[in-house]
Design a protein around this ligand. Structure first.
Ligand code: HDD
Length: 707
């Protein structure tokens, strides 16, 4: 987002308003003018040459600076997260629209407009820390709210369901999806035997597989994906009344995805594609924003659904329980040190505050054990809550002591009850109890048994609901994704079993996947559900506007500068980013003028842009049409369904790029998102139509698409 660095926000001003940032400031160390020292603060005047015996002699052990420097370096790495290792985060705030006191005593939801600082980390699940961003995978969407009553973590994903119902299956699932143990392949992909073997034998994965095979698994941007708390949680009021709640994050920019061919190319062209997008948008002052919504279900309605609210492989269809918008979250500050903040942030589903409680969802119950446990190994001991990014802004008083990395000097007593320390810290309830966490008083009885409830046994109805709700192009992409993934599976038995399972979702889906794999269509299954939920289709979630969409303008000497100016003016006014690309950096000649080149073609690619425009200019277009990089740029943009426009002679580049003639010259070109203008069409009209197309994002009905 090079164009917008001029309106970079005043970070210090933002920080002053934010309790968490004020706290973080105490831990920042920026030695701008100070001399180099050892860890002990002793000044060093040479960090380039080790202490040695004679000019060409051996290095001496007594060189404490050399030893300290190498030792510290040797210990720089910590274990990566066992899942969600690859991620990126940012700070911001959450503010409610209105008080939710009717349902919850959570302080951060009590007052309209009162801001609570947050840190959000987005992630992929399967790949290691250095893997590419645009792989087919679930995206983590974890939010830490630094509330006045302590930290609340909403550790969700960009899909509203999960692969398994009981946390005891998590190690099996993760072993199956991760790189295979013998050769550690594939990186950042589920397209391999062990994953599909597991899924084909564990039909509760089916609903989540539908989401994973959909375009939701390849988001255009973290800023353009939904987030979900997944589980049914519980809101609790001050007087102990409970309400079931599901959390939804909805992006203001709409929900948008890549296409699979594009995602694969992007993984090479810019493996940091999503991470860079998040960072750059915040630096440019284009703050990512989501609306928080809740689905509320009164306790007495717990059994009024044809699925179990405690089953994390199920959604509550929005048509049944509408999502009620309750607040908004804005991310407005990048971290200043990736390791200190984004790597060391420690989320935990059991980090709840008064007013928010768990349900008996067996997946959630297991998570409540696993997250604390994982931080102990990952962050090296029990004091990770003292790391700056993890510290609550609420006061902390307890009798926990010692351990690796203890940062706090605790004078006085370390037990309860005590009289020698004045009885402190005392039970919070003694003073009236405001803001005390009290577990929801749920009545529980039962025998100790290892069973899966009968109410968890329907694994296909909602997978079918998802399929039934998709637009035709979304279905096409799902079929292609299954064909790709299962096509990479070597075991014929696994492929067959999996396509067989799909017959329980939809006969056409199963038949088409089977056909792509060269298998006979599986037998049909009776009574496959036909219900649909329009809220699930991305077609209905596009949002409005073109903010931060990246438009490439291809130029060479002789390009029409006036057209570039007009189009740039029109699109930039709505927040789009227009970049002029040419074979080399510098400028291109345009009449008597020169136009600045933003990027040289070899350093970028169509997959890093949302649309492409070719201005008029016979000489320029001849140069571009002879440049394979420019030709590929246009062809790829077209085949990935992106808006393409050409003015005057620019149309020649579209033909050089093998765009179907019936599209370029046909009357329905605009329906396919292709715009050409000659003398009779004004640049302004074309720019208007192009902007509208950009807001639609993709044209999935175009002939000749690569998906
Ligand atoms: Fe998990 C990380 C989301 C099930 C165990 N999980 C992790 C992160 C996210 C999720 C977003 C990354 C947090 C960060 O950015 O640091 N996980 C989910 C969702 C689930 C889910 C939405 C289902 C609804 N997870 C789940 C289960 C278990 C775990 C059932 C274990 C029983 N998850 C972990 C973990 C991780 C983790 C091993 C790895 C790193 C970490 O926790 O901090 O404990």
């Amino acid at each position: 987002m090079s164009a917008s660095s001029s309106h970079r926000p005043d970070r210090d001003a933002l920080a002053r308003e934010d309790a968490k940032d004020r706290q973080l400031a105490q831990f920042r160390a920026a030695p701008e003018h100070d001399a180099l020292t050892t860890d002990q603060g002793v000044r060093v005047d040479d960090t380039d040459n080790a202490l040695r015996a004679g000019e060409r002699g051996p290095t001496l052990l007594e060189d404490f600076h050399n030893r300290e420097k190498l030792t510290h370096f040797d210990h720089e790495r910590i274990p990566e997260r066992v899942v969600h290792a690859r991620g990126s985060g940012a700070y911001g705030y959450f503010e409610p629209y209105a008080s939710l006191a009717e349902y919850t005593c959570a302080d951060f939801l009590a007052e309209a407009g009162r801001r609570t600082p947050v840190f959000v980390r987005f992630s992929t699940v399967q790949g290691p820390r250095g893997s590419a961003d645009t792989v087919r995978d679930v995206r983590g969407f974890a939010t830490k709210f630094y509330t006045r009553q302590g930290n609340y973590d909403l550790v969700g994903n960009n899909m509203p369901v999960f692969f398994i119902q009981d946390a005891i299956k998590f190690p099996d699932f993760v072993h199956a999806v991760k790189m295979e143990p013998q050769h550690e392949m594939p990186t950042g992909a589920s397209a391999h035997d062990t994953f599909w073997d597991f899924c084909s034998l564990q039909p509760e994965t089916t609903h989540m597989l539908m989401w994973l095979m959909s375009d939701r698994a390849i988001p255009r941007s973290f800023r353009m994906m939904q987030g979900f708390g997944v589980h049914t949680f519980r809101f609790v009021t001050a007087d102990g009344r409970g309400t079931f709640v599901k959390f939804h994050w909805k992006p203001v920019l709409g929900v948008h995805s890549l296409v699979w061919d594009e995602a694969q190319i992007t993984a090479g062209r810019d493996p940091d594609f999503n991470r860079r997008d998040l960072w750059e948008s915040i630096e440019a002052g284009e703050y990512p924003e989501w609306e928080l919504g809740v689905q509320l279900v009164p306790e007495e309605d717990e059994f009024s659904f044809d699925f179990d609210l405690l089953d994390a492989t199920k959604i509550i269809p929005e048509e049944q329980v509408p999502v009620r918008p309750v607040g908004r979250m804005v991310l407005n500050r990048n971290p200043q040190n990736f390791f200190a903040e984004t790597e060391q942030v420690a989320f935990h589903t059991a980090n709840v505050v008064p007013g928010i409680d768990f349900t008996n969802d067996p997946l959630l119950q297991g998570r409540n054990f696993s997250y604390l446990d994982t931080q102990l190994i990952r962050l090296g001991g029990p004091n990770f809550s003292q790391l700056p990014v993890n510290r609550p802004v609420a006061d902390v008083h307890h009798n926990h002591r010692d351990g690796y990395g203890q940062q706090v000097i605790h004078p006085g007593t370390n037990y309860f009850p005590n009289s020698l320390g004045g009885g402190c810290p005392a039970h919070a309830g003694a003073g009236g109890g405001a803001g005390v966490f009290r577990h929801y008083a749920q009545r529980v009885e039962g025998e100790k048994i290892r069973v899966r409830s009968e109410s968890f046994q329907d694994h296909y109805s909602q997978a079918a609901l998802f399929w039934n709700s998709m637009a035709d192009w979304e279905r096409r992409h799902i079929v292609e994704a299954f064909r790709f993934e299962l096509g990479k599976v070597a075991s014929a038995a696994v492929r067959e079993r999996m396509t067989g399972n799909l017959a329980n979702v939809n006969a056409e889906l199963a038949a088409k996947v089977a056909e792509g794999l060269g298998l006979p269509a599986p037998g049909t299954v009776a009574d496959v559900p036909t219900a649909a939920s329009p809220a699930l289709s991305m077609e209905n979630l596009a949002g409005e506007g073109i903010r931060t969409r990246k438009v490439a303008v291809l130029a060479a000497d002789g390009t029409d500068a006036g057209q570039i100016g007009a189009v740039r003016g029109r699109l930039a006014a709505e927040g789009a980013i227009v970049e002029v690309l040419a074979a080399k950096e510098g400028t291109v000649a345009a009449g008597g003028d020169r136009v600045d080149v933003d990027r040289a073609l070899p350093t970028t690619a169509s997959v890093l842009h949302d649309a492409v425009l070719v201005p008029d200019g016979a000489e320029a277009v001849s140069v571009l049409a002879a440049d394979p990089a420019a030709v590929r740029f246009v062809e790829e943009a077209y085949r990935h369904g992106k808006p393409v426009a050409a003015l005057g002679e620019g149309t020649r580049l579209l033909t050089a790029a093998r765009l179907p003639e019936e599209v370029v010259f046909g009357s329905s070109a605009p329906d396919y998102g292709v715009f050409t203008a000659n003398g009779s069409t004004s640049v302004t009209d074309l720019a208007d139509a192009f902007a509208e197309a950009l807001a639609r994002h993709r044209f999935p009905h175009r002939p000749g698409l690569l998906t």
